[in-house]
Design a protein around this ligand. Structure first.
Ligand code: SF4
Length: 66
C-alpha cells in the first residue's frame, strides 16, 4: 500500500473536470461536464497522477452556498 501522490494543479486557466473531481461539487468551479471548466480561485487544489482533483483547501460545497 502506498498513499496517492498529489501535486499542485498545473492548469493555469481552463481544465477538464469530471464527476470524480472534487471541483465538480465546489462552489468556486464553473463546472462544464464534457467541456473545459474554470475555477474562480485559480485552481489551488491538488491533483493525482491522472489529473483528478483530490484535495483543496478552498473547496466549498455547493450545498452550503447561498
Ligand atoms: S477552489 Fe479548489 S475545489 Fe474548488 S474549483 Fe477551485 S480547485 Fe477545485
Amino acid at each position: 500500500m502506498h498513499e496517492i501522490e498529489l501535486s499542485p494543479i498545473t492548469s493555469g486557466g481552463l481544465k477538464s473536470i469530471s464527476d470524480d473531481d472534487l471541483c465538480s461539487r465546489c462552489l468556486h468551479c464553473n463546472y462544464k461536464p464534457g467541456e473545459l471548466s474554470s475555477c474562480s480561485q485559480g485552481w489551488p487544489g491538488m491533483e493525482d497522477a491522472d489529473g483528478y482533483v483530490q484535495a483543496c483547501w478552498n473547496w466549498t460545497p455547493r450545498s452550503q452556498a447561498k
